[in-house]
Design a protein around this ligand. Structure first.
Ligand SMILES: [Zn+2]
Length: 325
């Protein structure tokens, strides 16, 4: 049995009593007062640098040990208390934790997203995409006002371009919320908005075809799914660290509304589009012209209210340059 000479405070008076604290197998005892406490009724405070260690009891009383004494009730506590008592170790563990979190949120999440996204079952991808389209149709989009012959022309050209890739399905919609834009859902549903079609000056809609090829690139490279996995990992990790999981319960539709694809995803989708356009002998200049037209409109509207493909696809100058090359 270990024993320590300690200062005992009864929680009512500030005058300490010098007593002996005995450490038994599964309880502690204050010898002079004949008080005994089970381990579950005591709390041991870490010894920080030169401050004395204290042990509090469930009845509100506590005792302070001598500066050189060290009290713990099992081996695991011994290690933890020793580590906590050393500021250097505490700071080092904190730094390691920060680095680990940073890694998980960046490279770790990207690596995991690249591995997990292709494994998501097709039925789940289909269900999630259909629900997202329904959600947008209910709150943000309405039927397209582009005339049917124009729609059929664009659809035909798009289908020719992608070699009957049956997974892709083009939908026309009108939307103030999305403006002059287009987006792709992971199941291959691509939505093209009226405002973008109306900006196009080429009679054969080759700029639009370029944008649709770019959106197909997002589908082919599973960008939507990767974004979803990555954001779920970040929310789960932040939720775990802060104890708040409300951010984790987010639907894909909200993610699509708020998020922008990363720079590398945009690049990959552009390269995909350039390859497809080249294969079909369509100049990428039409796509660059379309972006130029949109950028002009942005300047005229002071860049504040106009919603367009530029809001969800940043770095437009760089991209126009790449397309012109
Ligand atoms: Zn994009």
């Amino acid at each position: 049995m270990q024993s320590f000479n300690v200062h005992y405070f009864d929680g009512k008076s500030s005058v300490p009593k010098s007593v002996t604290l005995e450490l038994h197998e599964d309880f502690v005892r204050i010898a002079e007062l004949n008080f005994a406490y089970e381990f579950k009724d005591i709390e041991i405070r870490a010894k920080l640098k030169n401050t004395p260690q204290s042990v509090s009891f469930s009845d509100g009383s506590y005792c302070e040990l001598g500066a050189d004494d060290f009290f713990c009730i099992n081996n695991q506590d011994k290690v933890i208390l020793k580590l906590e008592s050393k500021i250097k170790y505490a700071a080092l563990s904190f730094a390691v934790l920060c680095l680990f979190v940073l890694f998980c949120l960046t490279y770790g999440a990207t690596m995991a997203a690249n591995m997990i996204a292709p494994q998501i079952p097709k039925t789940a991808v289909e269900k999630m995409s259909v629900q997202t389209l329904e959600f947008f149709d209910k709150y943000y989009m309405s039927e397209s006002k582009i005339d049917k012959t124009k729609q059929d022309f664009i659809k035909r050209r798009f289908n020719m371009l992608l070699n009957k890739n049956s997974d892709l399905n083009l939908h026309f919609r009108s939307s103030e919320f999305f403006g002059a834009n287009a987006f792709a859902l992971p199941n291959g549903d691509i939505v093209l908005f009226d405002d973008l079609v109306e900006i196009e000056k080429d009679s054969e809609f080759r700029g639009i075809i370029g944008v649709l090829a770019h959106e197909s690139g997002h589908v082919a490279h599973l960008h939507g799914l990767k974004m979803l996995v990555k954001s779920s990992i970040s929310s789960a990790l932040i939720g775990y660290l802060t104890g708040d999981f409300s951010g984790f319960i987010t639907s894909f539709s909200t993610l699509m509304v708020e998020a922008k694809y990363s720079r590398s995803h945009e690049n990959e989708a552009d390269l995909y589009a350039i390859k497809v356009l080249k294969k079909n002998n369509i100049s990428t200049a039409y796509m660059a012209d379309l972006f130029d037209e949109i950028a002009k409109k942005h300047k005229l509207s002071d860049n504040t209210t106009l919603k367009s493909i530029l809001s969800s696809h940043p770095l437009i100058e760089e991209r126009i340059e790449q397309l012109r090359k």
